[in-house]
Design a protein around this ligand. Structure first.
Ligand SMILES: Cc1cc2nc3c(=O)[nH]c(=O)nc-3n(C[C@H](O)[C@H](O)[C@H](O)COP(=O)(O)O)c2cc1C
Ligand SMILES: O=C(O)C(=O)c1ccccc1
Length: 374
């Protein structure tokens, strides 16, 4: 049930698999005889240089996946110098997450019906040292994840016959789980009982949260702000108008609206709508280094991953997350060299030069008609 919670998506999982397919249908047209002996994959966001162009997206309940949970993620991200996010529904407290590791940290918030609770969390996050606030808005209600319904998945876990049978089949996970302190949403003072995620979200989160409320919410935050969960260009434009500093183009990894567009396919129109100055972070479907390059060519300034690091966390705790980061980094560097791009800065300055084509669009034709290198 834990694997299904991480791996699964909404309804038929058409959007979830479509997120990955959107990357696969692109083809690079590599260039030759360009000096790729020194590669620079660094980027700049909110005025700060980061060594790699990818972040770790906020995800809920990490201690269910591995007992070290969010702290393991923060440590591994810190070692690599990359951004990690803490979910409002994390199983580690705001303060403990902030104290773990040395990397930059972003706090993700959902908006509660109890607005006082939302405000309190932002105050705590600010006091703990988070610089950036990510407001996730693609969950006015919970998506229907049918694997979770079948498994009776809940945080904290239910203990019924179905769950017990599954636990017996995963003895190592079960022993770790039994030895660890109780797993719950660490930033909610009321101790939630094991109700399904759907019931929890639909009961607690505020589906009436609108643009004016979002503007009001970020007026209480002094650092930078990101609106997460946008796929329509008009929403991206409006987000900038009301004061968001960046947009996370995301469909929540296909876990919310099934049949929703792939963020990668939505990206070019969003880039056109907001212009070159607004940072766009592409999230959903990133599994390989070549995906990162594809997203940057299609209009992103950075990408963010969810499952790619969660599989690592579940398999091996901090070392597993570190290994996931290393795999993405190795693949990215190799793809840069093979494509003929020495630095991400150079790529972002002239995205249009890097002919990328969809398979439908006949790569060779695009290569021959695209702009040429000096
Ligand atoms: C297990 C899991 C839990 C998640 N929990 C949250 C969350 O609490 N808040 C949030 O904004 N996004 C959450 N997300 C979405 C991720 O932040 C991210 O948008 C998504 O995983 C990106 O897609 P990818 O997994 O294909 O990389 C979650 C995703 C997963 C897989
Ligand atoms: O699973 C998710 O994607 C998510 O954001 C979430 C986390 C905890 C409770 C409900 C939804």
């Amino acid at each position: 049930m834990v694997f299904d919670y991480i791996d699964g998506g909404a309804e038929d999982e058409v959007t979830m698999s479509g997120n990955v397919d959107a990357f696969v249908k692109h083809r690079f047209v590599h260039r030759v005889l360009r000096d790729v002996s020194a590669l620079d994959p660094s980027i700049e966001i909110f005025g700060q240089r980061r060594p790699l162009p990818f972040f770790l997206s906020p995800t809920a309940g990490n201690r269910l996946f591995h007992t070290d949970g969010e702290v393991a993620v923060a440590h591994a991200a810190g070692e690599a110098g990359i951004v990690s996010g803490l979910s409002t529904l994390g199983s580690t407290s705001i303060e403990d997450f902030c104290a773990a590791g040395t990397g930059p940290k972003w706090f993700q918030t959902y908006v509660w019906k109890d607005r006082e609770l939302t405000r309190e969390m932002l105050l705590r996050a600010k006091a703990a040292g988070f610089e950036t606030l990510v407001v996730t808005v693609d969950m006015p209600v919970h998506g229907s994840r049918e694997r979770d319904h079948r498994n009776g998945f809940a945080i904290p876990p239910k203990i019924g016959l179905k769950q017990t049978i599954q636990a017996l089949r995963a003895p190592r996970w079960t022993l770790d789980y039994l030895a660890s302190s109780p797993i719950r949403y660490a930033n909610l003072s009321q101790n939630t009982s094991a109700i399904s995620l759907a019931d929890f979200v639909n009961d607690q989160l505020d589906p009436a949260f609108c643009w004016d409320d979002a503007a009001e919410l970020i007026s209480h935050w002094s650092g930078s702000t990101v609106l997460k969960g946008v796929v329509h260009p008009d929403d991206a434009k409006r987000a900038v108008e009301i004061g968001f500093d960046a947009i996370q183009v995301s469909n929540h990894g296909g876990r919310q609206l099934d049949r929703d567009v792939a963020p990668l396919d939505a990206l070019p129109a969003i880039r056109k709508a907001v212009g070159e100055q607004v940072p766009l972070i592409l999230d959903s479907g990133v599994r390989r280094g070549s995906d990162i390059l594809t997203a940057l060519i299609c209009g992103a300034d950075a990408v963010s991953c969810g499952r790619a690091y969660l599989y690592g966390l579940a398999a091996g705790g901090e070392a597993g997350v570190a290994r996931s980061i290393e795999i993405l980094k190795d693949e990215l560097l190799r793809s840069m060299a093979l494509l003929g791009v020495a630095s991400i800065r150079e790529l972002l300055l002239e995205r249009g030069r890097w002919n990328i084509s969809t398979t439908e669009n006949l790569a060779v034709h695009a290569a021959m008609s695209g702009p040429q290198f000096r």
